[in-house]
Design a protein around this ligand. Structure first.
Ligand SMILES: Cc1cc2nc3c(=O)[nH]c(=O)nc-3n(C[C@H](O)[C@H](O)[C@H](O)COP(=O)(O)OP(=O)(O)OC[C@H]3O[C@@H](n4cnc5c(N)ncnc54)[C@H](O)[C@@H]3O)c2cc1C
Length: 809
């Protein structure tokens, strides 16, 4: 074994081998993969080998499409067979909601270049005559679905990597990983120590243990999973072609042909987390004991759905473990807090996702960043709140929900409440219905007396529609109060603070007492953050951004902090909380609780001022995401309840009403304000989103400036636009959520980035990315919502306060 290489990959499952291959594909060849046993010795060898493109995240779905198309390339390079069976697959729907979901997926696929199709029960029966279509309303057919030989495919990746110069060492366990002062790693193995510049944890079933060697916890957990292989079945082997896969989510099963029989796999409710205290190092090429009791209910359903199963014996039962992250997507990328340590873990569908994971990680390492937005699988989408027990609980929930419908307004119940602010009890007393993000509870809306404290999950207008409408009107007509705890907040101080922020942000740090909005860009000019910078002092700036991006943003900050100690950075998200007040009466309200001058001259739009509210020291940012006259009031968390009491008692006769996140997201649509991961995300650049107005090209150089400058000379082809969508006024109606295709001239020309109902304006609204030349006031388009086209009219002025008189007044 070599003593020094550029990259060490730990783990020779399908993921480690794919990463190795993709690094060679992008030109790195000084690579060593270290495998404890033989290739495929973790989850990989006993996988059912199925692959599919369906994923709620569009970029994940596109990467799954990439993975599936890659297998032919691998076969050509290596001359080896991946044992491909491109038989197609159909996911069936037995309820209207499921059909809605499949139609929404089909709609997304239109602009992703995936040729899926919604089919009726007769078509399903024709495709798969062994399927009993009783109760089936339709299904989504994907010609790309199929299955392969897990071992052959892993060896093909490995051979392709070796052919390009990578080395693989087998039967050699990694025992320790020790960081070096130069940023590299010493990897201690049974066969000696190897030094590397970059270390990749692709240890699958043992990823937790390997992570621990570097002192980090990766939020993943293994689950047991069973599938059955039947004896030969005449209806199967006499069928003229190989049968397609059938996924029956309501029955929690997937089915495919295996030789002359069938394979049926089950995602059961009565599931079992495996190896809670760690994966044993001596767990080898072995299976777990069958537990048919656990899957008896879904099996009964399967016997009804596929009556031929009743005529066949069971040849084998496979029960094996594999790992999941709390949301079921992989954990990929640089691990926060470590240098040159990369994760390629928690890949629960290695044969759908392994290629995309390998490509993404290789791009990240070789080119500095992935070529598309991979936030949905970024290891930094989780934070410290994801403890071991929390991870296990959420992974179990995710396994149980593997085949559940994901509703856009759904809040998952397990592990809650985890984090709350002092205001939680106050909101509860006001009949708050909570959601949660990044471990923190936030109010979605307030349920009127007599209504349930639960929002019906739906693709259509939910049971909360009227309550949210009332909250929006209270803001626009009087004054609303809402918590601002779910911003990520960072305090940047020190002699180098301003210079550093001017380097990492696109806008200039404003003068003391002022606020500036800014983007943060990657070197390739992609949006990796939209921030508010409040200059509190000569050497002190408060940043606010999305709460859920804390680990993502902290990783970037830490990677770019100057080494001379001139900048201090503190994440104060949990400690600095408070409220925003917004609406025409907001100034009156603020003036009632403070002696400070709240006039527009003393506290103009985009100012930040330290004031006292009674005895409470507070920071007031004159800005609000509602786009109204408004103030964000930040205090220490110990003062939050006192602040609320002061505002409430002063605001009762001004019409003060609390509002939740649902209302806030509706109000911001009326101002066409973008939101993180929807309009502002690493897929887009400032010139595509309008954030270029927050790029200051006169100041010093900043990260991503070259691209932003080039875009001024050569503007990008696409830009965001806002639409009024012609949706009937009915509780049965569905508004846009995200990813709906936008049609013009009979073609899909763009897609929705976010949408919803603007309650004050009483309009259904969508924001979407379309070709720039099509942005014409009053332009007519069609937006497909749940498979139904709706006329949409482009608007170039915001629905609320187009001249920003109220916001600035
Ligand atoms: C019953 C079952 C059915 C499945 N069906 C499908 C399916 O149909 N389709 C699909 O896409 N996926 C399926 N999967 C999931 C699939 O198996 C996984 O997604 C995939 O195998 C993950 O691969 P991996 O490389 O990340 O991990 P693993 O396969 O676990 O590989 C990790 C490797 O790292 C090595 N390693 C760990 N620690 C060390 C160390 N310290 N030193 C050296 N080497 C180390 C291990 O020996 C192992 O070989 C199934 C899983 C199961 C259990």
């Amino acid at each position: 074994m070599k003593s020094h290489v550029r990259v060490v990959v730990i783990g020779g499952g399908v993921v480690g081998c794919s990463v190795l291959y993709h690094l060679t594909k992008l030109g790195w060849t000084d690579l060593l993969l270290i495998e404890r046993s033989e290739l495929t010795s973790g989850s990989t060898w006993h996988a059912a080998g199925g692959f599919h493109t369906l994923n709620a995240d569009t970029n994940m779905a596109a990467l799954q499409g990439y993975t599936i198309r890659l297998y032919k390339e691998l076969e050509e390079i290596t001359g080896m067979s991946c044992g491909l069976h491109h038989v197609g697959g159909v996911t069936i729907a037995t309820t209207r909601d499921r059909l809605d979901y499949l139609k929404a997926e089909r709609a997304k696929h239109r602009y992703m270049g995936l040729d899926t199709e919604v089919v009726g029960p007769e078509e399903i029966q024709k495709l798969s005559p062994i399927t009993n279509v009783e109760g089936v309303l339709g299904g989504l057919y994907d010609p790309l679905d199929g299955h392969l030989d897990p071992s052959g495919t892993t060896h093909a990746y490995a051979k392709a990597a070796r052919m390009a110069g990578a080395e693989i060492v087998l039967r050699n366990r990694v025992l320790e990983t020790n960081p070096r002062a130069d940023g590299g790693w010493d990897v201690v193995t049974e066969q000696g120590t190897v030094t590397c510049e970059h270390l990749i944890n692709a240890a699958g079933l043992w990823a937790r243990e390997v992570g621990q060697m570097a002192g980090v916890f990766l939020p993943l957990h293994p689950m047991e999973h069973q599938y059955l292989v039947t004896d030969d079945i005449p209806e199967v082997y006499n069928h003229p072609t190989e049968l397609p896969h059938v996924m029956d989510p309501a029955g929690e099963t997937y089915l495919r042909q295996e030789g002359r029989g069938l394979v049926i796999g089950i995602y059961e409710q009565d599931c079992d987390p495996w190896a809670v205290n760690g994966t044993p190092w001596d767990f080898g090429h072995e299976l777990l004991n069958n537990n048919l009791d656990r899957i008896s209910e879904p099996l009964d359903a399967a016997f009804k759905r596929y009556p031929v199963l009743g005529t066949a014996g069971i040849k084998t039962v496979i029960n094996g473990p594999f790992t999941f992250a709390p949301d079921g997507n992989p954990l990929v990328g640089p691990v926060p807090g470590l240098r040159n340590y990369w994760s390629a873990c928690a890949v629960m569908a290695g044969f759908s996702q392994g290629g995309g994971v390998g490509l993404t990680l290789a791009e990240w390492m070789v080119e500095g960043e992935p070529s598309r937005n991979v936030y949905a699988m970024d290891v930094a989408r989780f934070g410290d709140y994801c403890t071991r027990p929390y991870t296990r609980m959420k992974v179990t929930e995710n396994y149980q929900r593997r085949f559940s419908i994901s509703y856009p307004n759904e809040e998952l119940p397990v592990g809650r409440p985890l984090q709350t602010t002092p205001a939680y009890g106050l909101w509860k007393a006001e009949r708050a219905v909570f959601g949660s993000g990044y471990g923190m509870e936030h109010v979605n809306y307030f349920a009127p007396e007599g209504e349930p404290l639960f929002e019906t999950p739906s693709f259509r207008r939910s049971s909360a529609f009227d309550a949210i409408g009332a909250e929006c009107r209270a803001v626009r007509e009087a004054v609303g109060i809402n918590e601002i705890h779910n911003f990520g907040k960072y305090l940047v101080t020190g002699t180098g603070a301003v210079a550093w922020l001017n380097h990492i942000m696109t806008n200039r740090v404003p003068a003391v007492g002022k606020i500036a909005l800014t983007a943060m860009l990657s070197p390739k000019g992609k949006i990796i953050g939209d921030f508010t910078m409040a200059r509190l002092g000569e050497e002190e700036v408060q940043l606010t951004a999305s709460f859920s991006a804390q680990s993502f943003h902290m990783r970037w900050f830490q990677q770019h902090l100057p080494e001379d100690g001139s900048v201090s950075l503190r994440n104060v998200s949990l400690e600095r909380i408070g409220f925003q007040i917004a609406g025409p009466n907001a100034r009156d309200l603020l003036s009632r609780v403070t002696d400070s001058d709240t006039s527009n001259t003393a506290m103009p739009f985009l100012s930040c001022t330290a004031i006292e509210i009674g005895p409470i020291p507070a920071l007031v940012n004159r800005v609000t995401y509602t786009g109204d006259l408004g103030y964000e009031i930040y205090v220490h968390r110990d003062h939050q309840v006192a602040l609320y009491e002061a505002l409430k008692s002063a605001g009762d006769d001004l019409g003060l009403k609390p509002f939740g996140m649902r209302a806030m997201m509706s109000l911001r649509l009326e101002k066409s304000f973008g939101s993180w991961l929807r309009e502002f995300r690493p897929d887009f650049t400032p010139a595509e989103t309008g954030l270029d107005r927050f790029c200051n090209f006169k100041k010093n150089d900043f990260i991503g400036r070259d691209v932003a400058v080039a875009e001024r000379e050569n503007p990008p082809a696409n830009h965001l636009a806002t639409f009024i969508v012609d949706v009937p006024d009915s509780p049965e109606s569905a508004d846009c959520v995200a990813d709906e295709p936008i049609w013009q001239d009979g073609k899909v020309i763009g897609y929705v980035t976010s949408g919803g109902y603007a309650h004050w304006a009483r309009k259904s609204v969508a924001i979407g990315m379309i070709p720039k030349e099509r942005i014409i006031e009053g332009g007519k388009f069609e937006i497909e919502i749940l498979g139904v086209p709706h006329t949409a009219t482009l608007i170039t002025e915001t629905l609320f306060d187009p001249k920003a008189e109220r916001m600035r007044g």
